[in-house]
Design a protein around this ligand. Structure first.
Ligand SMILES: C[S@@+](CC[C@H](N)C(=O)[O-])C[C@H]1O[C@@H](n2cnc3c(N)ncnc32)[C@H](O)[C@@H]1O
Length: 394
């Protein structure tokens, strides 16, 4: 019985004899890891005619497990650089199997090919306050200049600052903002969205009020906007701090009238689609300051009291911002809130050595952000003409 090491050694020999031996081993009854290594070692040889004949025959042999097909596909990717036959076979395999893994391998290969021109060098950003609809104001920023997006969008029509004509219109608007965030976000970085189900006002007592599970629908909006799901963190509030829904049931104990108090909100954690692993994002920082003294939140349940503010009806608790910034950004990073409200994220980001980029449509709220930290923000966009200017945040 051959071991993986022996197969690797045959791959390094690169002789006609070692090639023949590998072909014999491939058709014999060997464990899958040995078989996979055999394909890899065949691919390491230099006789492209023989490799191509093997790959073309075995790639469409349905008796081969997918692990073997993936390995053959990998050989095609690397050989397609200088041999057109492999490039055509690569396409044929993609069309034939049409699966996510093969698409990912293909995207990763393409990414590696153009790696040298990809990563912009890290520079220090300046704090920015963009006043206006973020779909428009964000267009002024260059691609990939932001390292984290953390936001709490309007919860449909729950508050006076939003008045969408329908839920569908609301979701479409969120999609536009998240797409623009995707463009300005560095590849592979996170967008974190805080939201919870809302209830809308009913037009009369004869109508039922409707609850919208916004986080369920925002999942699709986010994935359609170029992100993939990473985690859901549950923000848990003390029960006395939330509106009472349960007392009716407690009085009557009537089945069907049960309405529990809602003490949770969702913190949706998504990553911008890209062909490389998170390691690459982390490595781009080199050494960093470890904060070993701080306790770590080990579970996805975060217990944080809500915050009330005289100037804004729905503000982040600072503690929530602190945790998100701590876990999903490095010092010096540019962090964006496209629905800035009273600017809580900006205040905490500043204290934590991050650089905030805040977008707020409501001029009164934008005024508050600017007033609270006089001179800190470069304020843009109060006039329409300013919306067409390109802004560099460096
Ligand atoms: C839930 S609040 C955010 C509160 C914020 N997290 C805080 O701590 O104060 C949402 C904010 O988004 C703003 N907003 C809504 N649509 C917007 C848009 N298209 N562009 C910019 N801001 C928008 C609203 O005016 C509101 O202040």
């Amino acid at each position: 019985m051959y071991s993986v090491e022996q197969i690797k050694a045959l791959g390094k020999e690169r002789t006609p004899e070692s090639f023949t031996k590998l072909l014999e081993i491939f058709v014999s009854n060997v464990p899958i890891d040995v078989k996979r290594e055999t394909v890899s070692s065949i691919g390491r040889h230099t006789d492209n005619d023989r490799i191509f004949a093997f790959a073309e025959r075995e790639a469409f042999n349905r008796d081969n497990p997918m692990e073997i097909i993936y390995q053959i596909f990998r050989t095609c990717l690397y050989k397609s650089r200088d041999d057109e036959r492999f490039s055509q076979l690569r396409q044929k395999i993609m069309d034939y199997y049409h699966n996510e893994n093969i698409d990912k391998m293909n995207a990763y290969y393409d990414f590696r090919q153009q790696r040298e021109k990809v990563q912009p060098s890290r520079k220090t950003a300046k704090p920015l306050l963009l006043v206006g609809d973020s779909v428009h104001t964000l267009r002024q920023l260059e691609d990939g200049c932001i390292q984290l997006v953390f936001t709490s969008p309007p919860y449909y029509n729950a508050r006076e600052y939003s008045d969408y004509t329908s839920y569908a219109e609301y979701l479409a608007k969120m999609g536009k903002v998240f797409c623009e965030c995707n463009r300005v976000l560095e590849d592979g970085r996170f967008i974190v969205v805080n939201v919870s189900p809302v209830i809308t006002k009913r037009p009369g007592r004869e109508f039922e009020s409707i609850r919208y599970p916004i986080h369920y629908d925002l999942h699709r909006v986010l994935t359609d906007s170029g992100y993939y799901f990473v985690d859901e963190i549950i923000w848990i509030k003390p029960e006395p701090s939330v509106p009472d829904r349960i007392s009716g049931y407690k009085q009557t104990r009537k089945p069907l009238s049960y309405k529990p108090n809602c003490i949770t909100e969702s913190i949706m954690v998504y990553r911008k689609n890209c062909a490389f692993l998170l390691d690459r994002n982390m490595k781009s920082y080199g050494d960093y300051d470890r904060h070993d003294d701080e306790a770590v939140d080990t579970s996805n349940c975060w217990y944080i009291a809500p915050k009330y503010d005289k100037n804004h009806p729905a503000v982040f608790p600072e503690e929530l911002c602190r945790r998100v910034l701590r876990y999903y950004s490095f010092e010096g990073d540019a962090v964006l809130d496209p629905f800035a409200g009273s600017g809580t994220l900006g205040r905490v980001a500043r204290r934590m050595g991050r650089v905030p980029v805040m977008c707020e449509m409501n001029e009164d709220y934008a005024e508050i952000i600017d007033r609270e930290e006089p001179g800190y923000y470069d304020v843009r966009g109060k006039t329409d003409s300013a919306h067409n200017q390109q802004i560099t945040i460096w």
